[in-house]
Design a protein around this ligand. Structure first.
Ligand code: AMP
Length: 376
């Protein structure tokens, strides 16, 4: 019987997960190195420790009946350690291993019979020529481990550029990818239960700025057949991974109408925030249900949504303009409780609820609403 949930990682995803878990009556313990983390502020307890502090991780295991994580760049050794000690961790270390490493991840997607962009590994200078041959230019070079929100990535258009990225990465193993000319970026947030059942939310359409998600439109403005295809791909990936919990599959839609999988996140995702305000059972509740052995809920959207991320800009820590923003009754505001609004840090988001098909006029309204916000 699960009464307490342990969460590794105290960011906004953990916070939104915890808010749901609390509503459902669970006790939540979070582990994060920062005191008063966004998740720690709403959890019952926070263990302040590094992700690789084995004694603290064991303490998290002792204080909960199930441990999960809100962020995949955690120490895999800690998750394996918890499993060896007999604590339950979901998703498992095997899932984490397959999704933490961009090379393993893309190879796994190919093994599922699903397309990705052309890619090649670069672990030494000697691999660069062959990798460039495989991808052509322009290419995107990424660190295999640890990159997120556009960090650890270089766009290159020559072999010399790849050498430059290799020097900058200081010996880290790299993946080179052919740059995809996409008509849009999509994601599918899905959840798989311990009984093997999978539910997928409507496909989301995402806009990024220098690698950071800035806007999500849901449902995506694509043909229904393509949307079903994307959902089927995500479901197949979840089944083959054997994941238990909420996860996200990010894809490119090429100009030729082909879907290419870019990434798998084994956790709730920024592009699934819209599910909080537009569905009866959000991505976070599906995650709680999955890891606690409760039935999943078939996704159903009450209305469409435009989700806009609110990023810090380094000019101040107080969010101004919320009064003007909330003058629009279709807007729901979420603020994460981070003290320092460092440039490009995710500080909050808002969801604009939309009853009509999402067109340019609605996107202009969302952008104008976003422009009312500033930092002081
Ligand atoms: P990632 O960390 O792989 O999610 O990449 C962050 C963002 O960079 C993506 O959402 C895309 O906007 C862009 N990007 C990454 N890889 C590629 C690629 N192979 N081709 C085109 N754009 C890419």
């Amino acid at each position: 019987m699960i009464e307490a949930i342990g969460v590794i990682g105290g960011g906004q995803l953990g916070r939104m997960l915890t808010l749901v878990a609390k509503r459902m009556g669970y006790h939540v313990v979070v582990l994060d190195p920062q005191e008063h983390s966004p998740c720690g502020q709403v959890a019952d307890e926070q263990i302040v420790a590094a992700y690789d502090d084995r004694a603290a991780i064991e303490e998290l295991g002792r204080r909960s009946q199930i441990v999960t994580y809100e962020f995949e760049n955690i120490d895999i050794g800690s998750v394996e350690h918890l499993e060896r000690c007999g604590y339950r961790v979901t998703p498992s270390s095997a899932v984490l291993r397959a999704t933490q490493d961009r090379l393993l991840e893309k190879s796994f997607v190919r093994e599922c019979g699903i397309a990705t962009t052309a890619f090649a590994a670069i672990s030494s200078r000697g691999d660069i020529e062959a990798a460039a041959e495989c991808t052509g230019f322009p290419a995107i070079v990424k660190t295999v481990h640890g990159g997120y929100d556009g960090k650890g990535q270089w766009r290159v258009d020559s072999v010399a550029g790849v050498h430059g990225a290799f020097e900058e990465a200081r010996g880290a193993v790299l993946i080179a990818e052919r740059e995809v000319e996409f008509s849009c970026e999509l994601s599918v947030v899905a959840s798989r239960g311990g009984d093997g059942s999978v539910v997928a939310f409507p496909v989301a359409e995402n806009a990024h700025d220098r690698g950071i998600l800035v806007r999500t439109i849901a449902p995506a403005r694509i043909e229904p057949t393509l949307a079903s295809q994307a959902q089927e791909m995500a479901s197949a990936i979840g089944r083959r991974l054997g994941i238990v919990g909420t996860y996200c599959v990010e894809l490119f839609l090429t100009h030729g109408g082909e879907l290419l999988v870019n990434e798998i996140a084994p956790r709730p995702h920024n592009s699934g925030h819209f599910t909080i305000d537009t569905t009866p059972c959000s991505q976070y509740e599906q995650h709680v249900r999955a890891i606690c052995g409760l039935p999943l809920s078939p996704p159903r959207m009450f209305c469409g949504a435009v989700m806009m991320n609110i990023l810090g800009d380094g000019t101040g820590n107080h969010l101004m303009g919320t009064e003007a923003l909330l003058g629009d009754p279709s807007i729901v505001l979420h603020v994460y409780g981070k003290r320092h609004a460092v440039a490009r840090r995710k500080m909050g988001h808002f969801t604009m609820l939309v009853d009509a098909p999402i067109d340019d006029a609605i996107l202009t309204r969302a952008a104008a609403a976003h422009a009312k916000l500033s930092w002081r």
